[in-house]
Design a protein around this ligand. Structure first.
Ligand SMILES: [Zn+2]
Length: 231
C-alpha cells in the first residue's frame, strides 16, 4: 500500500486516479503502482519520491549546510508570520505527508525542509523550494544535528530502508556528505533566498543578516562545546 500526498481540494483527482481513502493510514492510498503510468498522470504528483518510477535512489541523504551559513535559514531571515506562511504552504501541498516517504511523525506529522542548491564555483547557496518531510527523513537531511544528538544509528537505518541500500552504502554516503561539508565549510559563502520573494512576495527582515550572523556564531559555539567540550 502506497500513501499519497494529496493536497486539500485535489481529493477527487486522486480518486479518479484509482486512489482510495484509508482510515487506518489517514490519507489517500493506492494498493500498487499501475503497470503503465503516463508522464502526465496526476498520480505522479501525489506519489512520494521513493515510489515515483521517474526517480532513483538516493531518495534521502544527508544534505549539510556549510558551517559559515549555519543559522541562515528562513526561520531567522523572515518574520515569524511569513515563515509560518511558507512552511504551512509546504505542508498543505503535500497533504501533510512526507514528500520523500509518505509517512508522518507522531508528535509533528511533518516538518519544513529547505531545499538548498550549492554552486561550488561561486560559493552561493540558493534556495530552490521548501518541502514537507517526516521527522525521520528530516533527521537524515540534517546530519550534523543528528550526529550531535546521537541519532546516527536510527538515521542510517532509515537511509538503508528508504533507499533500498546496504548499511555500508548508507555509511559511505554519510561519510561523503561529511567530506563535502568539510570542504565547503573552509570557504566563504553567500545565501540567496530570492525564491521566497519570487514565490510569495515576502520580504526578508531588514536586520536578517545580523540575526543570521548572530545565530551562526551561537551555533558554532554550541557545536564546539558538543565536540570539544570548550566554547
Ligand atoms: Zn519521510
Amino acid at each position: 500500500m502506497i500513501p499519497l500526498c494529496v493536497p486539500k481540494g485535489q481529493e477527487s483527482v486522486a480518486l479518479r486516479c484509482g486512489a482510495t481513502w484509508s482510515s487506518a493510514e489517514g490519507c489517500h492510498v493506492v494498493e500498487a503502482l499501475p503497470l503503465i503510468m503516463e508522464p502526465t498522470s496526476p498520480l505522479l504528483g501525489f506519489l512520494p519520491y521513493r515510489f515515483r518510477p521517474d526517480r532513483a535512489p538516493p531518495y534521502v541523504r544527508p544534505w549539510m549546510v556549510p558551517q559559515p551559513l549555519w543559522g541562515w535559514n528562513l526561520r531567522a531571515l523572515l518574520a515569524k508570520a511569513d515563515w509560518d506562511t511558507v512552511r504551512r504552504w509546504a505542508y498543505r501541498r503535500a497533504g501533510y505527508r512526507c514528500r520523500i516517504c509518505g509517512q508522518r511523525g507522531s508528535d509533528y506529522p511533518v516538518e519544513a525542509d529547505e531545499g538548498w542548491a550549492y554552486d561550488d564555483a561561486r560559493c552561493v547557496q540558493t534556495l530552490k523550494g521548501v518541502v514537507a518531510l517526516c521527522p525521520r527523513c528530516h533527521e537524515v537531511r540534517h546530519w550534523g544535528r543528528t550526529m550531535a544528538t546521537g541519532r546516527e544509528g536510527p538515521a542510517l537505518e532509515w537511509m538503508v530502508f528508504i533507499n533500498g541500500w546496504s548499511t555500508e552504502d548508507a555509511q559511505n554516503c554519510a561519510q561523503a556528505a561529511l567530506q563535502e561539508w568539510s570542504l565547503r565549510s573552509a570557504r566563504s559563502w553567500t545565501c540567496d533566498i530570492s525564491w521566497v520573494e519570487q514565490t510569495f512576495g515576502l520580504p526578508i527582515l531588514p536586520d536578517a543578516r545580523e540575526r543570521a550572523a548572530a545565530r551562526q556564531k551561537n551555533l558554532v559555539g554550541l557545536a564546539r562545546q558538543t565536540y570539544y567540550g570548550k566554547p
